[in-house]
Design a binder for this molecule. Structure first.
Ligand SMILES: Cc1cc2nc3c(=O)[nH]c(=O)nc-3n(C[C@H](O)[C@H](O)[C@H](O)COP(=O)(O)O)c2cc1C
Length: 198
């Protein structure tokens, strides 16, 4: 589930909330799963992966991850991403372009302190996306972190990322391909809306 905090009353945010609620009501699984695509300017690699969008606070869309892994390195080298939802339960696609950065450290600390110890143990134990001998080794490291005691203190290599969209496209599927596409673009603080051909 995505948590809405201090939600903006700007039109694309209101549409997003409506569409989200419709997807939830229609029983969409993993409704918070969002694909994040990045470009690493140093390695020239383009990559995508799903993350769980945890909350939207005003215009900050927040998820949590390892700060040393490939996605973090890509965000460091190039702060522009694309983000994508597809909800099959309502046949809805939402495409975004956004700027991304880390959230304030205190906000990550507070979030980490309130998570289940089992999840925190994994965040502590995993050097995300680094190679490891076997899956058994992953489990062993996880057990060691869980039994080590304090799992409420956030390691500096884990925390939140926030992205702020400046382009949002709402695509709504139609059985005869008469799909509706509405685009919002933010320029100088104001959203402009237009429709695209399907
Ligand atoms: C539905 C779904 C949700 C996921 N959520 C997260 C998440 O919130 N944070 C995260 O670090 N990885 C998450 N992952 C794993 C990532 O897709 C990815 O494997 C991992 O973050 C490593 O990515 P990187 O090598 O590009 O840094 C999720 C995977 C799936 C399939």
């Amino acid at each position: 589930m995505i948590q809405f905090k201090n939600i903006s009353s700007e039109e694309p945010y209101l549409i997003f909330q409506d569409w989200y609620q419709e997807a939830v009501n229609a029983g969409q699984l993993r409704v918070q799963a969002i694909a994040i695509s990045s470009y690493n300017a140093d390695t020239e690699l383009v990559d995508s992966r799903f993350v769980n969008l945890k909350y939207i606070d005003k215009d900050r869309w927040v998820f949590f991850s390892n700060y040393n892994g490939p996605k973090a390195q890509a965000f460091e080298s190039n702060q522009t991403i694309s983000a994508l939802f597809y909800w099959s339960a309502t046949d809805a696609q939402i495409r975004m372009r956004a700027h991304i950065e880390k959230i304030p450290a205190e906000e990550s600390d507070a979030y980490f302190a309130n998570r289940e110890p089992e999840k925190n143990a994994l965040a502590i134990a995993s050097h995300q996306s680094e190679e490891i001998e076997s899956y058994e080794e992953v489990v062993k490291n996880y057990q060691a972190a869980l039994e080590s005691g304090d799992t409420s203190k956030r390691p500096e290599y884990w925390g939140g990322f926030q992205f702020t969209p400046y382009y949002i496209e709402f695509w709504s599927g139609d059985r005869y391909r008469l799909n509706k596409r509405q685009v919002f673009t933010k320029k100088q603080g104001a959203w402009k809306s237009k429709f695209l051909q399907p």
